[in-house]
Design a protein around this ligand. Structure first.
Ligand code: ZN
Length: 306
């Protein structure tokens, strides 16, 4: 029996996974199509991506359910498949660990609902709350070890996500913010103006267990490390980082990211030394980036115990 994720991160830092969206594109998903639908239509392709992460050394893998809320799925005519898509998402991660011969944690992924709430937008708070509760329940019922509410920019939506995960009975709840470096480069905050200190305080107050950051603009490894330091100064909760693989660049009409696995791997050590409990990566990262993190983490653990 594996120990709960909350206990595991007290013993050693865990390695997360890399990008899903950009990997699905490489596997043939069309721009704007429903990647979560592949959990039912092409589970083999989703499994192949996640197995590569498990083989690269991931201890935790996020389910392919970023857009798996009713509101997001409804845009693709998949509102009737909320439970099936989220359940399959958990099953596929479990299968990925099994086929790689590795034990690991399934993190149920909930991304933004992709719109605005009243009075600025068309969705009521009730609709968003219900959509998050439905998705969180499907993920927890299928056996997810944790729930991550990720790529969040405002506290209102984050709060609804955390409450939904709580209501679903999630054993571990992770809140993850997307920060953008300001134009003058002096600091970073979310699109809605939230800084790491405020986010950390809010998450602690609402009962999240892990305070995280992912994605964002200009949030390279040193910036992610700075965010982790600021989180740790603001809260006693464990922390997690999933930065992008550098900046997106258009090369031959294809979006590529400019940070190599070696560069990212080197940035992993300062992140561990800053006290990061789970290290993963977001857009543009690949199984090679995760393998580079694994090597850096194992080497660091060896040095630390030597
Ligand atoms: Zn991203």
């Amino acid at each position: 029996m594996k120990i709960p994720i909350k206990e595991a991160i007290q013993q050693r830092p865990l390695l997360g996974d890399g990008a899903m969206g950009t990997q699905l594109m490489i596997a043939g998903l069309e721009q704007g199509a429903c990647g979560e639908e592949w959990n039912l239509a092409h589970p083999d392709r989703v499994l192949a991506i996640q197995r590569r992460y498990a083989e690269a050394g991931s201890d935790c893998i996020l389910t392919n359910t970023f857009g798996g809320s009713r509101i997001m799925l409804n845009r693709h005519g998949n509102a009737d498949n909320v439970v099936a898509i989220n359940t399959a998402g958990v099953d596929i991660v479990r299968e990925a660990f099994k086929s790689a011969g590795r034990e690991g944690y399934v993190i149920g992924d909930i991304g933004p609902f992709g719109g605005l709430m009243e009075p600025y937008g068309e969705f009521t708070e009730e609709q968003v709350r219900n959509a998050f509760i439905e998705q969180a329940k499907a993920l927890v019922d299928a056996g997810a070890d944790a729930i991550i509410i990720e790529t969040q920019t405002g506290l209102e939506e984050l709060g609804l996500g955390i409450a939904a995960a709580k209501e679903a009975g999630a054993a571990c709840i992770i809140g993850s913010m997307a920060y953008d470096v300001t134009l003058d480069g002096s600091t970073f905050r979310t699109m809605m103006g939230i800084d790491p200190e405020r986010a950390a305080e809010f998450m602690e107050e609402r009962g999240a267990h892990i305070v995280a950051l992912n994605c964002g603009t200009g949030m390279d490894m040193p910036r992610a490390t700075e965010a982790i330091r600021r989180y740790k100064a603001a809260t006693g909760l464990p922390v997690m980082a999933q930065p992008n693989a550098g900046q997106p660049k258009l090369v031959d009409m294809k979006v590529t990211y400019d940070e190599t696995p070696q560069q990212m791997g080197r940035g992993g050590v300062p992140l561990i030394e800053a006290g990061c409990n789970i290290i993963g990566a977001c857009c543009g990262s690949t199984p090679d980036h995760i393998r580079a993190f694994r090597a850096a983490m194992d080497e660091h653990a060896g040095v630390a115990s030597a």
